[in-house]
Structure formats: C-alpha cells, structure tokens
Design a protein. Structure first.
Length: 375
C-alpha cells in the first residue's frame, strides 16, 4: 500500500535539504571532504607534471617543475633546462596536458552526470548519440572536401563539424524521445531513442566510408582519439563550453541525489524532475560535444572514473561529480603519457589505450551490476 508523504509542520523538506540525505533512512550523506579534494588536486598536479616530463624526450621532473614556476609573474628560478627543452615543455607539452585535463574532466563529469540521471552505472557520455553524430559529421567533412568533393575550398574544420554533429545528434535524440513518450516520458525512452539515432548515423558513416575509401585512414585516426595540439588553439576552442557545462552540472549536483530516490519523491520535495533531468543532460552533452570536437572519440573515461569514485568515496553526487572531473583529467593525462611513450617515437591512439583499460573494467561493472540485480 502506498502512503502519501506527510510534511511535518515547521520542518524543511526542500530539495537542498533532501539532497543531503541517503534516502528514506534519514541518514545524512557525507559531502566533499577536504581530504578527498586535496587528494584529487594532488593527482591532477602529479599527472600534469608527468605529462610535461615524460615522452619521447624525457626530462627531469624537478627541472620541469622549476620551469613551470618561471611562468608565474615575478618568479625567476634556474631550472637547468636548455632552450630546446624549455620549448618542448612550454610550447609542445603544456598545451597538450591542459587539453588532456579539460577533455578528461569533461568526459568524466558527463559520465557521472549521465549515470545519475539514468540511475545506471553503465551509462556513458556517448549514450545519446554524441559519438555517432560527431563521427558522421567528421567523416562527411573529410570525405566531401577531399579531391573534387562538394566541400572543397569551404572553411569547414573537423572540430566544428564534430561539435555540430554531436549537438545535432543529441537534439534529435531529445526530439524523438520526448515526442514518442508524450507526457509520461522517461529516461528509458531517451536511451532507446539514443540507440536508434546512433544506429542510423553509424549506417550513414559506413556508407560514406565505402564511397570514399581514400579517406579511411584520416577518418580512423580521428575516431580512435588523439590529443595532438596546434599550440593553444584547441584549448581555446573547448574551454568556454567546458566552463559552462561544469558550472551547470556542479551547481545542480544536489538534485541528482534527490532524483535518485525516484520522481514521485523528488516532486513531493518541490523538485521538477523532468526539468532538472533535461537541464543536466543538456549541459553534460554540451561538454561532451566540445571534448569530442577536439579529441576525437575517446571511450570509457566517463565509465571508469565516476564508478571508481563511487566505490571509494561514496554514492553522493556532491562528491562524485567534482572528484570525477578532477580525476578524469588526471586519468586522461596519464593515459596520454602511456600512449606517447610505450611505442616511442611512434604514438598509439589514446582511444586504444583507454579501451585497453576500460573494456575489462566494463565487464567487471557489468558482472557486479547483474549480481546485484539478481540478489
């Protein structure tokens, strides 16, 4: 028998207060502690230092750290690096490390947000067709502007095409999902719409590749992911969208805790479940599209990092989301170091490295989830 929630006189039941509870038990969920935050920041600093020091030409980490201090105004420290080594650190590796921090942070933050919205630990930033839309758009640009293609001579860049394709695919998924579900739309409908849109767009990409086989190598070099930078151009492209997405998701992270108890309970606490859900999905998708536009399709970051944070730091999204953003950047930076050094002087696509770690982790999460459902 269902009982109607009863509000006691004088007791606050707003979503901000409820977000601090662990559900019907009334126990308060721990927030982000200074220790966890300091540990995540330390991981970011150490990973960035590793990304700057190690590569085909390895440099002393302490010397690199001293050279970074010289970038601060009014600081002059003798690092012991020559001009060529200083150029490697400041002009080649520093933009790449910053880009890895941004892309990894966005993918992990979006992954945590998607898992909270869909209440599914297997949710991924590419769930709503982001990867398929970006892949089709990039394939079309590369194929149709080569040789005598219809886009020859037009200033259509790969990052712009990827961003537009990703955002367009998510918008199409939203339209299909909300239109099919009507007033009783649910997250399950959105997932099914995302699957349908992804399949349709993937078919279009396959068709283009078959018609333009000479572009397959260039297309796949993007699809497998890369963090190659041309100075700070890519960082400037992704930074505004990353800031917007991060601000929106992090300021609404308490609402994910409220949504975790169910839509009816969330509505009884004064929250508008669908409005909050779509706002969070839109922000996460925007950040994912921006990341994909400059890095290609890098999988599993949004699955691995939030799930690990959940295992070690707790299930509250007030903790999961900020830690995922920081540790996601650190994870992708370290992964990029592996991609640059394992087969040096050649470079392994970073998507291959993340898949190497992510595929076994996905199987582990799947088995754990199935065992939990069975119990």
């Amino acid at each position: 028998m269902l009982r109607t929630p009863v509000r006691r006189p004088g007791r606050r039941t707003d979503p901000q207060r409820a977000a601090g509870w662990s559900g019907p038990t009334g126990r308060r969920r721990p927030g982000l502690t200074a220790g966890w935050f300091a540990g995540a920041v330390a991981a970011v600093v150490l990973s960035a230092l590793a990304g700057l020091a190690f590569g085909p030409a390895s440099l002393p980490p302490l010397a690199v750290a001293a050279e970074l201090l010289n970038l601060l105004p009014g600081v002059d420290v003798e690092s012991g690096l020559n001009e060529r080594q200083v150029a490697i650190v400041t002009q080649l590796r520093l933009p790449r490390v910053v880009l890895a921090l941004l892309v990894g942070g966005m993918l992990a933050l979006a992954g945590g947000c998607y898992q909270g919205v869909f209440r599914n630990p297997l949710a991924d930033p590419h769930l709503l067709g982001v990867a398929a839309g970006a892949g089709l758009a990039v394939t079309a640009v590369i194929a149709l502007r080569s040789g005598t293609g219809v886009l020859t001579g037009l200033p259509v860049t790969v990052p712009l095409a990827a961003f537009v394709g990703a955002v367009g695919a998510v918008a199409l998924t939203y339209l299909l999902g909300t239109g099919a579900a009507g007033p009783d739309r649910s997250t399950a409908t959105l997932i099914l719409a995302g699957v349908a849109v992804s399949a349709f767009l993937a078919a279009g990409q396959t068709y283009l590749l078959q018609r333009h086989v000479d572009t397959i190598r260039e297309v796949y070099s993007w699809l497998l992911g890369r963090l190659a930078t041309d100075g700070w151009h890519e960082v400037r492209l992704v930074l505004p969208y990353a800031v917007i997405a991060a601000v929106v998701v992090l300021t609404h992270r308490r609402e994910l805790d409220v949504l975790s108890v169910g839509d009816e309970e969330a509505a009884s606490l004064g929250l508008h479940p669908q409005r909050s859900r779509y706002l969070l999905l839109a922000a996460a998708s925007l950040g994912t599209a921006a990341a994909v536009s400059v890095s290609g399709l890098i999988g599993f970051v949004g699955l691995i990092v939030p799930h690990l944070v959940r295992l070690v730091a707790g299930s509250s999204y007030r903790v999961i989301l900020p830690l995922s953003m920081l540790l996601g950047g650190a994870f992708l930076t370290v992964t990029d170091v592996v991609a640059r050094t394992v087969a040096a002087p050649a470079e392994i696509p970073i998507g291959v490295v993340t898949a190497f770690f992510g595929a076994p982790f996905f199987v582990l999460v799947l088995r754990t989830t199935r065992r939990t459902v069975a119990l």
